[in-house]
Design a protein around this ligand. Structure first.
Ligand code: SF4
Length: 214
């Protein structure tokens, strides 16, 4: 039977906030570095994002220095994160936008952030949560898939999921939700063939749409 609070308490204990790359940047990196790492993390593994971000920030960690960095050098540094042509162009455009429209600062509101080309809802919420400590729900593919499987919600897109979760997830769990569900989704509730036999919250899950599991 569904029990959101019990599920959150179990997963929150198992996956304390800390291990994802973006989570480890909380309080240590600038808002700009968190924004750039988030853009680099799209379709990339965490370990790769971590290394590539560190390499990039050694040579450029402000909008001005990213804009000045020769394109060929930028592509070479971020090559390993995949889709490097698109990502390099995005990094340049986002940096230029910040210089031109926000006096080189990363804005602190959702509407301003998603008004920047290449910044979507997930990235905006990660910046607000991890850089500015705001109480928001960053939703990635794991955070979208798992609550749907558990039967908490019935949504088609991460955007819909964010809105639906804001209605049903008690606010005390918002800060840990992203980290816990990302790690849980990578280790146990995998996209294909999840490890239901080893799942700590199996008795609170309705397994909606799970056709094959281990
Ligand atoms: S029981 Fe299976 S589908 Fe449900 S949360 Fe656990 S791993 Fe995911």
């Amino acid at each position: 039977m569904i029990n959101i609070s019990k599920t959150m308490r179990i997963l929150g204990k198992k996956y304390p906030r800390s291990t994802t790359t973006l989570n480890t940047m909380r309080g240590k990196a600038s808002a700009f570095e968190i924004l750039i790492s988030c853009l680099l993390s799209l379709r990339a593994r965490d370990e790769v994002t971590d290394v590539v971000s560190r390499d990039l920030f050694k040579v450029a960690n402000t909008p001005e220095t990213i804009v000045k960095l020769p394109m060929a050098q930028l592509k070479k540094i971020i090559f390993r994160s995949g889709h490097f042509n698109k990502k390099a162009a995005a990094l340049k455009e986002v940096s230029s936008d910040l210089i031109d429209k926000f006096d080189s600062e990363v804005p602190k509101t959702y509407d301003e952030l998603i008004g920047i080309k290449h910044v979507g809802p997930k990235t905006a919420n990660i910046v607000l949560a991890f850089a500015y400590g705001q109480l928001v729900l960053p939703i990635d593919i794991h955070c979208h898939r798992i609550p749907n499987r558990m039967g908490w919600i019935e949504t088609k897109t991460p955007e819909e999921t964010g809105k639906a979760l804001m209605e049903i997830l008690p606010k005390i769990y918002w800060k840990e939700f992203n980290s816990a569900f990302v790690q849980f989704g990578r280790e146990t509730c995998l996209p294909v063939s999840p490890w239901c036999s080893e799942c700590l919250v199996a008795k609170y899950c309705e397994r909606v749409g799970v056709l094959k599991h281990r």
